[in-house]
Ligand binder design. Structure first.
Ligand SMILES: [Zn+2]
Ligand SMILES: [Zn+2]
Ligand SMILES: [Zn+2]
Ligand SMILES: [Zn+2]
Ligand SMILES: [Zn+2]
Ligand SMILES: [Zn+2]
Ligand SMILES: [Zn+2]
Ligand SMILES: [Zn+2]
Length: 220
């Protein structure tokens, strides 16, 4: 009688140890618990995951806390979508630029190479790693950021501090602020003038060009 008791104890001991060591659960057959930490559901053979945590991809025996295993889910951390074929991410996390396969953190945006450098701007950049058409200087070939309220950057806007117009070609001032004398790049005397100090008639409020002397042909 004593012998039988000892054998029973040993068998029960072995059984408990086996269940513990191999992480098996018993419901008629021995099955492993789902590999997801804290999930006590039984795995669905041949998968190591329970039906809830198994990858939704047909034929895949992987699993995760997402709808797809890490091989089949979008690589953006919290995204639950499936990867697009041949891609690292789902269609929502692919850069919107045609032909670019880079992954974006926010859905339906551009990657750092194709997004405007202004963080709050969702427009595509017109130069790689540059600004969008709204934030890029309007001067052809310039890749600088526009000056506040201007369409031009600090280098290409009119040199009159309060003026936001672009410079006239080869001139530090815009068409409204530079002397109208051919080839002159000086600033006009004041907002009513047409010419700079050396090219405007000195007579009172006359805004004609000088004619060889200090005055125009009318005031010589
Ligand atoms: Zn999978
Ligand atoms: Zn995604
Ligand atoms: Zn891109
Ligand atoms: Zn922009
Ligand atoms: Zn510029
Ligand atoms: Zn100007
Ligand atoms: Zn002038
Ligand atoms: Zn005059």
């Amino acid at each position: 009688m004593k012998k039988i008791l000892i054998i029973v104890l040993i068998v029960v001991g072995l059984l408990v140890t086996t269940l513990f060591v191999c992480d098996l659960a018993f419901d008629g057959v021995f099955r492993k618990e789902c590999k997801v930490i804290d999930c006590s559901n039984k795995s669905e053979s041949p998968s190591l995951y329970c039906s809830k945590h198994q990858c939704n991809e047909a034929g895949c025996s992987g699993g995760s806390t997402y709808s797809y295993c890490y091989d089949h889910k979008c690589t953006v951390r919290l995204c639950d979508n499936k990867k697009d074929p041949g891609m690292d991410c789902c269609s929502e996390h692919k850069c919107l630029s045609a032909g670019c396969n880079n992954v974006t953190d926010n859905p339906n945006t551009y990657c750092s190479e194709h997004a405007c450098k202004i963080l709050v701007c969702n427009n595509p950049s017109i130069n790689p790693n540059g600004y969008c058409s709204t934030h890029n200087c309007a001067k052809l070939g310039c890749t600088s950021l526009i000056f506040t309220r201007s369409n031009y950057c600090f280098t290409h806007k009119c040199n009159v501090p309060s003026c936001i117009n672009g410079q006239d070609e080869d001139n530090p001032y815009c068409i409204e602020h530079h002397c109208l004398y051919n080839g002159c790049t000086e600033r006009i005397i004041d907002i009513l003038a047409n010419y700079c100090y050396s090219h405007e008639c000195q007579y009172g409020t006359c805004h004609n060009p000088r004619d060889g002397s200090k005055y125009c042909y009318l005031h010589e």
